[in-house]
Design a protein around this ligand. Sequence first.
Ligand code: HEM
Length: 470
Amino acid sequence: MTPRTPAGRARAAGRPRTGRARTGRARGAARPPLALTVRHGIAFTADPCASLLRLHAEAGPVAAVGPRRKPLVHLFGPDANAFVFANSGLFRWREAFDLLVPVNGETALIVSDGADHRRRRRLVQPAFHHRRVGAYVERMAANTDAALRTWQPGRTLDAYAELRSVIRRSTVEVLFGDRLAADAEVIGRRLQVALAAIDRNFVLQMMLRQIPNPYMRRVAAARAQVARRVDEEVARRLREDTAPEGAAHDDVLAMLMAARDEDGAGLTRQELQDQVISLISAGYDTTSAAMAWAVYVLATHPEVEERARREVAEVVGDRLPEAGDLPALTFLDGVVNETLRLFPPAVLSARVPVEDFEYGGHRIPAGAMVLYSPYVTHRMPEVWPLAGRFRPERWDPSSDLHRPATPATYLPFGGGPHRCIGSTLATVEIKTMLACLLRRTRLRLVSRAVTPTSVTAMRPRGGLPVRIVG
Ligand code: HEM
């Protein structure tokens, strides 16, 4: 017989209790200690990543901070990650990612729940299939190489900003075709206004959302301009596709426009608009942050850089990298994996429970903001030997440092039903761009003192100034 209460169902499923816990049964994660909240709040503002490591060291696997009515409950470590991913029915994403709505739209995947999410995900997923992503390598390599040709020895430039612009162009191009890509800079500038809103201090964002104000009006106007541009492209394609000569497009937008449910229904105009905008914004901010860290770790580990350079020279030679080269670049795989381990752009991800539940002896109330952290998990010495060191060889099964990564121990792309849809696209893009960089350019950091900023797309604060030396 199926238990009738959530707690009973949870016990039957072998997961921690959900439902209202009786007083005294569990410690009160719902009641964050004021001193810890203040200490963490100050530390988080100064250095979010370091503050999370400290919070975990101080409070253990469950740490509640923030207001008592709606606490932020951090669940740290592989067991917590496994719990969060296995119990997706306990959580909602709409409330957890509410702050993304002004940019991504009401029907974006990350703010969709239940049957709506399953339907939209089923329609969008095929566009990100491995085989299709391979077809994008040529464009990514060509765009990167075009930018690198302007990196003349002696020049000093911000590698983060330059590579971000290449990634923005490649993302828009492979997802939505040449015509939107020609406008990538303009689209990027407009989306930037909106993305900057997400990147702000959490409390400030909450306040900005409460009352109409010029800032949120500017965000809405920027988003509306991008949405109009997307609508124009869709309308033009619909006209072209019905013209006698037709105009076949082979990109994600074409797949989204053609996607149909079993009952023949496709994505609505609003859904199409939201998917396009949210894919662009989810795609380039995170990937360019990861790319900047990859450049940083190579520049600070010359022996790793040399080994990666030799591998690229042997596999790729003088030409641009192609999709067929990527499987042979195994050391470079380690570099990418290790970069995403030490510097996962999504430092935290969020869920909001729909009912009270217990975890690790703590009662966590419905409506709390539950946060799990790839960053903290990836730096736990009990999970990763020499956790704080950049050691790409650990990804080689014959290495002493090797530990098999599981969805609970290695999660730069999150996990569960909302796991990042663009993970293959992102890793292929970073690997392709690194191969281009290593075959053409030598660079040095202007300063080794680089600190991270932001927990949604963690990147070097103030960019990554480098000097081109060869
Ligand atoms: C290094 C680059 C990237 C990182 C670190 C990253 C990370 C993440 C994370 C952590 C999540 C949330 C998963 C969860 O909480 O369970 C996510 C979701 C998502 N990502 Fe990415 N992402 C990256 C690149 C991309 C790219 C290139 C795209 C698409 C072009 C993309 C599209 C999405 C979408 C649409 C979702 C929501 C999926 C859903 O709700 O079903 N991401 N990503």
